[in-house]
Design a protein around this ligand. Structure first.
Ligand SMILES: Cc1ncc(COP(=O)(O)O)c(C=O)c1O
Length: 328
């Protein structure tokens, strides 16, 4: 409210009354938009599907209507927009089209109640290429939204996340060892589910390539393997059953399309320092995030940090492994 942003997307009656009381306390008018849950299956992974009533997001059409009427009658609220976001990594246009039409119908019925909105916020969700997905064409996407808005004078707001940055990031990792359990081949690398959780969380597939010069052109010798990290979970995998040539300690693998929901979902699970982040623009290379280390991870745990700093603790923790871990 103090930053005076364009509007606040509200997604429950409770949130609306809270915003109203905050606006009242600083004697301002809060511009709001209601996030409507159109109950449409976005046909994506259930963990990133947000537009069904079984998902926690938004309010249904009838509840949205009563929230708009409440906001219109409040001296501290101004309804200016309407919002939906039915999911992420969407590869089918039809659910988006249906949702846009349903939300536009609601905007029409609000107009009949003299609630004249200005903004139509279509959320994000446009899917990107990880392997062989068929993608939504941005032109068709725009036409679907515009088609729904026929007869309404609304400015479109969109919030694409993955679509902007997903394909522009890669995660580099070094091979630690190859290991065979019976006929099963594992390649153990120094990145793990704490660095890129998408495979473990969503069964997501990322294309993985070996960058080591000596392994280029060895496609004939490629055999199926799982790429796994050093974490104590069977869900600690970065890929399953992908074909790669025989790999040796130190070979560098590139995990593609890790620019969205990659570092932002990374954690320190298993006391693993997060990797450095480097940005490229043309010839320019910038370190945009330092590699974490044990000291930076413990900085808010003063007693532990002190312990770590004395020599005895240092030898117990054995920093050696972490110092050797230079790629991730
Ligand atoms: C309301 C809203 N808008 C936009 C986004 C961005 O989504 P995406 O990265 O799929 O474009 C999200 C993601 O969760 C969201 O919740």
């Amino acid at each position: 409210l103090q930053a005076d942003i364009l509007f606040i997307n509200v997604e429950s009656e409770e949130e609306l009354t809270r915003i109203e009381s905050l606006a009242k306390s600083i004697n301002t008018i809060a511009r709001i938009s209601v996030r409507v849950n159109p109950n449409i299956d976005a046909k994506t992974h259930p963990y990133i599907s947000t537009g069904l009533h079984e998902n926690k997001f938004g309010v249904d059409i009838e509840q949205a209507k009563s929230m708009y009427i409440f906001a219109k009658n409040s001296p501290f609220l101004e309804p200016v927009g309407i919002h939906f976001h039915i999911g992420s990594q969407l590869t089918e246009l039809e659910p988006i089209k249906q949702a846009a039409q349903k939300i536009a119908e609601l905007a029409h019925s609000l107009l009949a109640l003299k609630i004249d909105l200005k903004f139509f916020d279509v959320g994000g969700g446009i899917g990107i290429q990880y392997t062989n997905e068929t993608l939504i064409n941005p032109y068709d996407y725009a036409q679907a939204i515009l088609g729904a808005l026929y007869g309404l004078d609304l400015t479109i707001i969109c919030e694409p996340g993955r679509f902007l940055v997903g394909n522009s990031g890669v995660l580099l990792t070094s091979v630690l060892y190859e290991k065979h359990n019976g006929t099963k081949r594992f390649v153990i690398v120094d990145a793990a589910m704490n660095d890129l959780i998408r495979p473990a969380l969503y069964h997501a597939t990322h294309t993985i390539k070996c960058l080591s010069q000596s392994k280029q052109g060895q496609n004939d010798s490629a055999k199926l393997c799982d790429i796994v990290g050093p974490i104590c979970e069977s869900s600690d995998f970065l890929a399953k059953n992908i074909a790669l040539p025989p790999l040796s300690t130190g070979d560098v693998l590139m995990i593609r399309d890790a620019g969205a929901y990659g570092y932002s979902m990374a954690s320190n699970y298993n006391t693993r320092p997060r990797p450095a982040e480097v940005a490229f623009m043309g010839e320019n290379v910038r370190l945009i995030k330092h590699r974490e280390n044990i000291e930076s991870m413990l900085k808010d745990e003063e007693e532990l940090l002190q312990e770590y700093k004395n020599d005895t603790a240092k030898s117990i923790h054995s920093k050696k492994g972490i110092e050797n871990d230079t790629t991730r």
